[in-house]
Design a protein around this ligand. Structure first.
Ligand SMILES: NC(=O)c1ccc[n+]([C@@H]2O[C@H](COP(=O)([O-])OP(=O)(O)OC[C@H]3O[C@@H](n4cnc5c(N)ncnc54)[C@H](OP(=O)(O)O)[C@@H]3O)[C@@H](O)[C@H]2O)c1
Length: 301
């Protein structure tokens, strides 16, 4: 699988990234999580995306234990983690209301906890998970700048930032932000028109596209857009070696000129292989627009 440097000062990541948000959904053992990482490596996915909050603050610890099972595995992968979302749960009864916190103090504390749980002394990429409406950008930037200068994080980026939030935080950074990880898929194509992907192109940073299959909703037979997509995919499949809707949905994201890196979330090994094969698809212009048309249920303006 191709590897891409995501910005001038950013890390080199695999063209597709494996996301661990749902990894505990099937109650896997640590050995099974370790196997999943090896399955990712087998198809060329070396970048693992996680976050402090995943699995209600439990995923990082399981992931760290799984990585530790194979000596040398840590050096074969790039780890992306995120901080800044705090929700009440059994392990954190002290929080009464879900809130964001991207202050310097919180980012430093969260990152240190993530490193400890992941069993590593650095991560390749650290993201502010969501913009914190109650913190000045200088404060967030101070946190990221401090972590960069201590080499606890090799690069810093954001997730779910609007273009103005990205620009504001970037203006306080010692090194430019290296990505914006955003929701981008056939059922959520706003980043094409709201300036988010244009900004990435202008800043020469590659976006990361979360939930590339809309979290599975593109297969929901009760969703009219999904049904239209299924019909459109059937019509064009033969032109792409019988590609499935799943593969065409990845190809649709991959084809955008801002070069997004899909962050995939399956818990099934065969779907990792299916995803990797989508990299071979080069969608024809009219088919790309036909998928847009199917998802929206009307022609382009
Ligand atoms: N930055 C953020 O705010 C943010 C937010 C959300 C997610 N993320 C990241 O993005 C990653 C991916 O998110 P996601 O899990 O929503 O991605 P996704 O790949 O769009 O969705 C994965 C879901 O779709 C199902 N699925 C896949 N192929 C299918 C098929 N052919 N038929 C039916 N169902 C199918 C999977 O089930 P199976 O397991 O059975 O395949 C799984 O439940 C996360 O793990 C996380 O790392 C980031």
């Amino acid at each position: 699988m191709k590897r891409l440097k995501i910005s001038a000062n950013g890390p080199v990541l695999s063209r597709m990234v494996y996301g661990t948000w749902r990894i505990l959904d099937t109650n896997p053992t640590v050995q099974e999580i370790n196997r999943r990482i090896h399955e990712c490596l087998a198809v060329g996915i070396t970048t693992i995306d996680t976050a402090e909050i995943y699995g209600l603050y439990e995923v990082e610890e399981q992931l760290g234990a799984a990585i530790a099972l194979s000596p040398g595995l840590r050096n074969k992968i790039e780890i992306v983690t995120k901080a800044g979302i705090y929700v009440p749960c059994s392990s954190h009864p002290e929080w009464k209301t879900a809130h964001y916190n991207a202050t310097e103090k919180q980012l430093r504390a969260s990152l240190e906890k993530s490193l400890r749980l992941l069993g590593t002394d650095h991560v390749e990429l650290f993201l502010v998970h969501r913009p914190d409406w109650l913190t000045r950008a200088e404060d967030t930037a101070r946190g990221l700048n401090g972590l960069l200068s201590s080499d606890r994080i090799l690069s810093a980026g954001v997730s779910n930032y609007t273009t103005s939030q990205f620009e504001l935080l970037n203006s306080h950074m010692d090194q430019p932000l290296v990505t914006n990880q955003i929701e981008f898929h056939l059922l959520h194509s706003d980043p094409i028109t709201d300036g988010t992907l244009n900004q990435c192109e202008k800043q020469e940073v590659l976006p990361m596209a979360w939930s590339p299959l809309a979290g599975g909703r593109i297969f929901d037979s009760g969703n009219p857009a999904a049904v239209r997509l299924e019909i459109a995919a059937k019509e064009m499949s033969a032109r792409y070696s019988d590609a499935s809707l799943e593969q065409l949905a990845y190809a649709w994201i991959l084809a955008h000129p801002s070069c997004p890196l899909p962050v995939i979330g399956t818990n099934k090994v065969e779907r990792l292989e299916t995803a990797a094969k989508a990299l071979e698809i080069e969608l024809h212009r009219e088919d790309w627009y036909a998928l847009w048309e199917a998802s929206h249920g009307h022609k382009i303006p």
